[in-house]
Structure formats: structure tokens, C-alpha cells
Write a protein that binds this ligand. Structure first.
Ligand code: LLP
Length: 407
């Protein structure tokens, strides 16, 4: 992974000057080409990509993803609304909520999208309300423990997500009782999954369950492809996954005479590497054993390092050839919001611009106003031009919905 000084010929430094810092910058070509790589890797099967909107839900990004030929997976009715605003048709949206109120399900059905049912009680409620009249999908928990860390592992037996594969008889009973029209089966095992074998294992669970559902139109393998966060990290070999999963899928369809689509729901794979968070160094200070570089951002803009001990590569844009020193890059929040610990970087001075890589997925979308700080602006680079796709928040945004009472 190189450390870019520009994106599509536009220097990161000039972007920081024009739009200020902290600033999220996304490389639209990268997002587009990730969609294309996925499509090519699974070209042997009828593939539908349902982008996991939660990774980065800016409307312009959603429009770009639609332009590249993907649909979307939404986990809240608000994400559904964003998708519709971005121009997705209801049929292109999969709705995969977890434990939401039934009103949200009703709203999604009314709009006309596929709903992914993730509990037996929800299946019952759905069946009682709609019977056969509305087609639906079932989210199965495959009991597979995989993923970068336990917090992002969603397919194991103790995870809250989906309906345990062990409950398949009960699922079938519920389908029979209410006549629910199940046209899709879904799993999502977790995030940061390197190994093609995990996707194959998940596939086997889907295939086994699919034998019991004669009316299926698709099998959804979820997302979770690993991207390279560390310099020597290995990413999921998408070509290998596409080939192996594609072959197993074709074999299943052929053997049992099924005509199915294969759906996947990547988030990180599509947007992580496209994103850079540009920050400015406010202070460089020494302690006895550590030098801190304090920047104008923190866990309020990128919570992954604190929440998951996630590693994000950081480099000094202002000093590409300087001597190396070790730093803890830390945020300005009143918490220990270490962004990068004990990192060898080119010497940092006050005012230097640092770039945090892999900030596209679960960066802005997990940001907050903690410490009453404002969220950054977002800029998309597309066809060699920079586009402001979200303005920096202003103080008024913080107080807009507050109702102040007098004492
Ligand atoms: N489908 C479903 C149903 C999901 O719950 C998720 C992610 C995805 C697809 C996309 O997974 P991806 O391809 O992005 O790995 N905030 C964490 C990741 C949590 C992901 C939650 N679900 C992080 O920053 O690592």
C-alpha cells in the first residue's frame, strides 16, 4: 500500500487547504473499481451486490454505488429512506434489521422491499400480518465463529443475529403454520473474514437449509471480506472467493435443479480503502518514553481504534522524507483516544497534516458529537474533480434540536 499525496491528481494538501481539516476524502474511482472487481470475480453466477449501507451512507456515495451497478442492504428504515432518495428502487434494497419494532417492518413492506426476518417471533408476526401475500427472506445464524474480533463476529451461536440453524425445524413449522412465502435465505458471518473456506462453510449451511425451501429465488452470503489495514496485511482474495463460492453454488443449483441468484453484502470491501481522514497536528509533546502527536480529530470522528483496537495506517503528508521517530497519534477528545500507538513516522511538527488511511468504512458513519465537537466535511473525488458531498457541521447543528427551558 503506498501513501498517496494526491487522489486522481488532486493533492491532499490542496484539499485540506480548500475544505479545512479534519476532512473525510473519498476516491470515487476506487469505490467504482471495487464494485467492478466483485462483479468480475463472481461473473460465473447471477450475482447481486447489496452494498452494506451502514459502512458509509452519504447520498452521493450511494448514488455512485448505484451507478456502478450494485443494490443496497439497509439495516434501518432511515437507511431505506436514504437509499430511495439516492435513486434505488425498492426492489434493489434488502432490508436487514435486527430487533426493530414491527412498524418499521410494515413501512418497508409498504414501500415494497425484501425484508430479512431475523427471529421466530418476527416470522410469526410477519406471517400473521401478511400470510403468503408478501415474499420474505430469513436470516439464519450459521453457528460459525469467524471475523476480525468478537465484536464484529455475527454468525456464532452466542450472537444476537439471525435465527439459529439448530432451529431449522421450528423455522419450517412457522413457515407452514403461517404460509410465509420465503424466497431468500441469508447469513452474515462477520467482518474482516480472510478465508474463502469460511464463505464456503457458510454456503454449506445455506445449501442445506435451501433443500427445505422450494420457492427460493436467492441465497445471500452476507458481507465481511477483509481489507488490508496494516502495511503487510493480506486481504481476502476476492477472485478465489468468487471462484470457489461460485463453483459450489453452481454445483448446488445444477445438482438440485435450482435457479437461484447469489447475493453478497460487502461494506468494507467497497468503501474502506477509498477513504482518507485528513487531520492537522495541534501539538507535539514528549513524555518520558512517548512522544504524542495530538490532532484535530479523535474518537468522535473515527471510533474504530478505540472500539475494536483497530489498526489504521497514519502518515505524515507534510514531511514525506523526514527522519523517523516513534509517536502515539492521539485525538483531542477528553478520553484516551489513541488513533495509532507506538508508530514509526516521519518527524511530526505542529501544523503538519497527517493522513489516516482506510477511513472510508465505518468512519463517518460511526461518528458522533462527543465533547460537543462538530463532524467533519466529506469530499468525493470523481473524474479528477473534488466535490463537497457533505458540509462541515456548524455550532447551530449542535443546538438545533435542543429545547431550552428557563429556570
Ligand atoms: N451484511 C450485514 C447484515 C452486516 O451486518 C454487515 C456488517 C455487512 C453486511 C457488511 O460487513 P462488511 O463487509 O463491512 O464487513 N463497525 C465494524 C464492522 C461492523 C459490521 C456490522 N455489520 C467495523 O468498523 O469493523
Amino acid at each position: 500500500m503506498q501513501n498517496p499525496t494526491d487522489i486522481q491528481g488532486i493533492s491532499l494538501e490542496s484539499l485540506a487547504k480548500t475544505f479545512g481539516t479534519p476532512l473525510y476524502v473519498y476516491d470515487g474511482e476506487k469505490i467504482f473499481s471495487q464494485v467492478k472487481t466483485l462483479q468480475n470475480s463472481f461473473s460465473a453466477v447471477p450475482l447481486k451486490i447489496k452494498y452494506a449501507t451502514k459502512a458509509l451512507s452519504n447520498l452521493s456515495i450511494l448514488k455512485l454505488i448505484k451507478k456502478a451497478g450494485a443494490g443496497m442492504d439497509a439495516v434501518s428504515i432511515e437507511e431505506v429512506r436514504l437509499g430511495l432518495l439516492a435513486g434505488f428502487s425498492p426492489e434493489e434494497i434488502m432490508y436487514t434489521p435486527s430487533g426493530v419494532g414491527f412498524e418499521e417492518i410494515q413501512e418497508a413492506v409498504k414501500i415494497g422491499m425484501m425484508v430479512n426476518l431475523d427471529s421466530i417471533p418476527l416470522m410469526e408476526q410477519f406471517g400473521a400480518e401478511y400470510g403468503k401475500s408478501v415474499a420474505a427472506c430469513i436470516r439464519i445464524n450459521p453457528h460459525i465463529l469467524a471475523g476480525g474480533n468478537l465484536k464484529i463476529s455475527t454468525g456464532h451461536s452466542e450472537s444476537k443475529f439471525g435465527i439459529s440453524i439448530e432451529l431449522l425445524p421450528k423455522i419450517l413449522e412457522t413457515v407452514d403454520k403461517f404460509g410465509v412465502n420465503i424466497v431468500g435465505l441469508h447469513i452474515h458471518t462477520g467482518s474482516d473474514i480472510l478465508d474463502a473456506e469460511v464463505f464456503l462453510k457458510g454456503g454449506n449451511v445455506l445449501f442445506e437449509a435451501a433443500m427445505k425451501f422450494p420457492n427460493l429465488k436467492f441465497l445471500d452470503f452476507g458481507g465481511g471480506f477483509k481489507v488490508a489495514y496494516k502495511p503487510n496485511d493480506v486481504a481476502t482474495d476476492i477472485a478465489e472467493v468468487g471462484k470457489k463460492v461460485g463453483e459450489a453454488f453452481q454445483e448446488f443449483c445444477k445438482k438440485y435443479g435450482r435457479q437461484l441468484e447469489l447475493w453478497i453484502e460487502p461494506g468494507k470491501y467497497l468503501v474502506s480503502e477509498s477513504g482518507y481522514l485528513l487531520v492537522k497536528t495541534n501539538v507535539v509533546k514528549d513524555s518520558t518514553s512517548i512522544t504524542f502527536a495530538g490532532v484535530d480529530s479523535g474518537l468522535n470522528h473515527l471510533i474504530r481504534p478505540m472500539m475494536y483496537d483497530a489498526y489504521h495506517e497514519v502518515y505524515n503528508l507534510s514531511n514525506p522524507f523526514g527522519t523517523k521517530k516513534k509517536y502515539n497519534v492521539v485525538g483531542y477528545i477528553c478520553e484516551t483516544d489513541t488513533i495509532a500507538a507506538n508508530r514509526e513516522m516521519n518527524e511530526i511538527k505542529r501544523g503538519d497534516l497527517l493522513v489516516i488511511k482506510n477511513a472510508g468504512a465505518y468512519g463517518y458513519s460511526m461518528s458522533s458529537n462527543y465533547n460537543s465537537r462538530l463532524r467533519p466535511a466529506e469530499v468525493l473525488i470523481w473524474e479528477g474533480k473534488s466535490h463537497l458531498i457533505r458540509k462541515r457541521e456548524e455550532f447551530e447543528d449542535l443546538i438545533r434540536h435542543q429545547v431550552v427551558i428557563e429556570f
